[in-house]
Design a protein around this ligand. Sequence first.
Ligand SMILES: *Cc1c(COP(=O)(O)O)cnc(C)c1O
Length: 365
Amino acid sequence: MSIERHVKPHIRKLEPYAPGKPIEELERELGLSGSIKLASNESPLGPSPKALAALRKEIANIHRYPDGASFALRRKLAARLGVAGEQLVFGAGADEVLELLAKVLLGPGDECVYAWPSFAMYPVVVGGMGANAVPVPLDRDLVHDLPAMAAAVNARTRLVIVCNPNNPTGTSVGTAAFDSFVESLPDDVVLAVDEAYADFARRKDFPDSLAWVRRRPSTIVLRTFSKGAGLAGLRIGYGVAGEELAGYLQRARHPFNVNRLAEVAAFAALDDTEYVERLTRLNVSGVDYLSRELRALGVEVWPSDANFVLARAGAGVYEKLLHEGVIVRPLDGFGMPDHIRISVGLPEDNERLVKSLRRIREGAR
Ligand SMILES: *Cc1c(COP(=O)(O)O)cnc(C)c1O
């Protein structure tokens, strides 16, 4: 007998998160080999070598529980960011910190304001608590419409999320717009600034969100080791918040939510500035290459401060690229069937994507 009638109505309504198609699945389905995946914003350089070396040493200790307080990592990261250790909350990816925020702040009748299209986890964590999502459309340049978001805040609003740079568009907001937005928010509405891609942001006036955490303690900045440190598979991210907010998130988390290997890898990755520099350099040239080549093919591309580009490649191009052995991210789920999101790969991967796209567009003429 089905348990459906016992499942919470807000859980029944959730749309499962659709991850990028795994290479193995594509090759099994289409009988291909040598495919590439430019779909999940993963590091094309592999993991940070310093993190890898630390992992090799730690593997013999996995019979032990992790340090539930992440003591060493906390001390090092706090010093790096110039904040108190008590302001940091670690999670199994920044995803888990988002989930903790929802658990602490949201219930039926509460509202969470975020831009849309944006990170696909926002509706999942908000809906998962039975709270109401208030998605505010991006402006015509596909940038956060911060004045419209400010206008959407009301007495029921408990959480506002700004994804900067934004996934899946790559667009970002600058200091002036960000600062006046934050100034307009009531002090007791929690603001989460999702900076998963901050390592890649190039604009000179990128907002100083940590300064806002100091000035406005109901602010939390979310960051991750998944993108800039190449540790997506280990699951570790963190939030930096005022101490009161961080304290509530700490109470709500599981004692061993961050695993032992993730802790030591993140600790080592903090010292791997060479890796981050190599990765960001590769990313800059990859974003520029893809933007230039796609525009030359007549494909509209948005300016990107992240490690991917948004391209209006046309309907059906996602499937056609699959047949070429190239996996990108389709955006139908965002109501953007003409668009795809392309993660920056190694130069040869980017070239292959461009060649495939050229073939597809010539075939379509
Ligand atoms: C990737 C991503 C995250 C979190 O990633 P984790 O792997 O859970 O740390 C958060 N926000 C955005 C916008 C992302 O793209």
